[in-house]
Write a protein that binds this ligand. Structure first.
Ligand code: ATP
Length: 325
């Protein structure tokens, strides 16, 4: 295989704090190894529309602390078609790229896997999503920052909830997964955590309210957006109907969870993964995600990262239940 001497980097799917730190790590690691770097803007759309910009060391100065992504991100339907991917390949060939690092979630890796089955430019993935729902890595970039954002917000809600003896249903992001809800719920001392992976928690909450247990100045229930019950509004309305004595309010945290300066943990994770992704390309890897397991860097084939399901740690749910008192 020819030596890797020019690579691309892009961010795709939902943005996550720490993506910039990963772009910086990729760029600087590549330059250190005498590899030229091209930033591809707006995810896969940038491949199709030739949104290419050279990245030099100074282009990634002063971004490690910034949320969002300097390369922008987008969802690109054209890349889902064979014609779209052919155009993308032609453009990458035209500018002489011999590797691309894609930062995103499972959709991004699905596209990358298909592309690597069709074409000879190797693609390496870096897990970047606040949802932490990718198999093969303990943490995805952005998850820790999102958790901290949720905890800070819930602490504030707790103050006003206590002042009025209210019960708050706080809806958090997480797509179809309860990772953000579970950890933020523990960290914020929530009285109940409702996640899609566990079905009996709503029933437990109702039992708790019925028995009058946990009569507190405030009650916080964290609800994952993807919960089957239909999120915080539906659940809160159901509870209101059955337990009219509770003074209930609902807060949907929404996109505030995606923004903000990345935590130290996310910056370090992004830096390690960015460095590892360039090394993987230099080691002739392709169709592979770099991840972190037990604090070690690992390589996980896209095939597994996409197909296999990451389970929530049920012992955390048990701890949450016990500690809620
Ligand atoms: P997040 O987890 O934050 O949503 P994601 O990477 O899963 O991030 P998606 O919108 O699912 O986000 O996917 C990002 C992009 O990947 C899509 O817009 C599309 O360009 C490409 N993609 C997704 N699925 C496929 C597919 N089956 N074939 C080709 N490309 C795909």
């Amino acid at each position: 295989m020819a030596r890797i001497n020019k690579i691309g980097v892009l961010t795709s799917g939902g943005d996550a704090p720490g993506m910039n730190a990963a772009i910086r790590a990729v760029t600087r690691t590549a330059i250190y190894n005498n590899i030229e770097v091209i930033g591809i803007k707006e995810g896969y759309r940038g491949m199709i529309e030739k949104l290419f910009i050279p990245l030099w060391s100074h282009d990634v100065s002063d971004i490690i602390q910034r949320g969002g992504t300097i390369l922008k991100t987008a969802r690109c339907m054209e890349f889902k078609t064979a014609e779209g991917r052919q155009i993308a390949y032609n453009h990458l060939k035209e500018i002489g790229l011999n590797g691309v690092i894609v930062i995103g979630g499972d959709g991004t890796f699905t596209g990358a896997r298909i592309f690597n089955e069709e074409f000879d430019i190797p693609l390496i993935g870096i897990p970047g999503t606040i949802d932490n729902d990718l198999y093969g890595t303990d943490y995805t970039i952005g998850y820790d920052t999102a958790l901290n954002t949720v905890v800070q917000a819930v602490d504030k809600i707790r103050d006003t909830a206590s002042a009025h003896n209210r019960m708050f249903f706080v809806e958090v992001m997480g797509a179809e997964a309860g990772f953000i809800a579970l950890r933020s719920g523990i960290a914020a001392g929530a009285e109940a955590i409702i996640i899609p992976e566990v079905t009996d928690e709503v029933e437990k909450l109702k039992q708790m309210l019925k028995s009058g247990r946990r009569q507190r100045a405030s009650n916080i229930v964290i609800v994952a957006e993807g919960d089957e019950g239909g999120g915080a509004y539906k659940l809160a309305n159901d509870i209101k109907e059955h337990y009219p004595n509770y003074d209930i309010r609902i807060t949907v945290l929404g996109h505030v969870q995606r923004g903000g300066s990345p935590s130290a943990f996310d910056r370090v994770t992004a830096s390690r993964l960015g460095y590892a992704a360039v090394e993987a390309l230099m080691d002739d890897q392709k169709s592979t995600m770099v991840g972190i397991q037990n604090n070690e860097i690992v390589l996980v084939p896209f095939r597994k990262a996409i197909k296999l399901h990451k389970n929530v740690n049920r012992s955390l749910l048990e701890i949450a239940d016990v500690l809620a008192g």
